[in-house]
Design a binder for this molecule. Structure first.
Ligand code: ACO
Length: 348
């Protein structure tokens, strides 16, 4: 039976750093509050003049992933992008990335699942490879949340940011790679996090042009409580499905929404924080990009050895949540793909 495994990871983040101190001059907040309540110290915000659109960031992350995988764009059969902030409502970000990469043989589409977008996309590709529908695919999580942030809302503008991560997934006959994926949604709670930008929801002629209707609305407190329970439950499902226990997990890579959510999840699963990857202090919440960016950093920093069990787990707007259990297959030994890969993209 064909399985799917990750053979390359990549990421790309904007150059511009927005610190908590910077935010103090925009909204009534403080560095102390943001660090204590969220764990975020700074985040990256894209600039129009620096080729940092959703497509630009995603394309750079994809190129980095393909370099590590050692494949050419023409060998991609599929490109699936998890995003809620494509450059345009249509065509899809995936088609824009396909053009930028010259990946002429790929079928390309976007998928909207909030912060779980990357895990939903990974699941679609995993299933397509297992079904024999494709052999080599690119999975991207990318956001330019700065385009929908309400910069007067201190409850959200201190949390969200921009970035992109990508993985190349290939078919394999070996028993490693993506062992299982698990997805859940609950639309009853969609109002806990949504965008006012209806696009087709409100005909433009009826819109008050003086209102800026594109903002994001969030009930952070209620989301916070649900996030911990949902992520813990689906992590357990992934463990049980693979007859694994917490001790077997070498690294958890959770969605980076709030350090307190991550610590509560780790506590709930009885996994020490040393085995939980976090980079929220540097990048904030980049929605569907948090997991692939963290996966790329952990991979390039040598935290993922061949055979390691890696648990990816997400939660976001929808509500949506998901998990993936990986048995890492990129060789880090002499001549392994990681050794041949270029260093991590420069972070300032
Ligand atoms: N600076 C200072 N004070 C603030 C700020 C801020 N940036 N934001 C809120 N406050 C204030 C509030 O106004 C409130 O003041 P009050 O007591 O006088 O009314 C107080 O701080 C406490 O507010 P809470 O909302 O209860 O703060 P909480 O501890 O819950 O932290 C947070 C808020 C950080 C948003 C948290 O609830 C959270 O992280 N929620 C989860 C977010 C999440 O998981 N989102 C899903 C994924 S995101 C995605 O899909 C894009």
């Amino acid at each position: 039976m064909q399985r799917a495994h990750i053979i390359g990871t990549g990421s790309s983040i904007p150059e511009r750093i927005l610190s908590n101190k910077d935010l103090e001059s925009i909204v009534n907040t403080s560095d102390e509050w943001i660090v204590r309540r969220t764990g975020i110290r700074e985040r990256r915000i894209s600039s129009n003049g620096r080729d940092e659109s959703t497509t630009d960031l995603a394309t750079r992350a994809s190129v980095n992933a393909m370099k590590m995988a050692g494949i050419s764009p023409s060998s991609l059969d599929m490109i699936v992008v998890g995003t809620v902030t494509p450059d345009r409502q249509f065509p899809s970000a995936a088609c824009m990335i396909q053009k930028a990469l010259n990946a002429e043989n790929a079928a390309a589409f976007d998928l909207s699942a909030g912060c779980s977008g990357f895990l939903y996309a990974l699941t679609m590709v995993n299933n397509a490879i297992r079904a024999g529908m494709c052999k080599t695919a690119l999975v991207v999580g990318v956001e330019r949340l700065s385009s929908i942030i309400n910069w007067q809302d201190r409850g959200t503008c201190v949390l969200l940011a921009d970035g992109a991560g990508a993985v190349v997934v290939d078919s394999t006959e070996e028993h490693h790679g993506i062992l299982s994926t698990h997805l859940k949604s609950d639309g009853t709670f969609w109002e806990l996090l949504y965008s006012l930008d209806g696009n087709s929801y409100v005909p433009e002629i009826l819109q008050d042009v003086n209102k800026r209707p594109f903002h994001l609305k969030m009930d952070g407190n209620r989301l916070f409580k649900r996030a911990i329970g949902c992520m813990a439950e689906i992590s357990r499902e992934a463990l049980e499905h693979n007859s694994l226990c917490s001790h077997d997990i070498d690294l958890v890579i959770p969605h980076q929404a709030n350090i307190r959510i991550i610590k509560s999840l780790a506590n709930n699963l009885r996994i020490p924080m040393e085995r939980v990857y976090t980079n929220i202090h540097k990048y904030g919440n980049t929605s569907s990009a948090t997991i692939p960016i963290a996966l790329d950093e952990a991979n390039r920093d040598g935290l993922l050895t061949k055979g390691a069990h890696v648990l990816l787990v997400s939660f976001g707007a929808g509500l949506t949540w998901g998990a993936a259990m990986l048995k890492w297959s990129i060789s880090d030994g002499p001549g392994g793909r990681l050794e041949q890969a270029p260093p991590a993209p420069e972070r300032q």
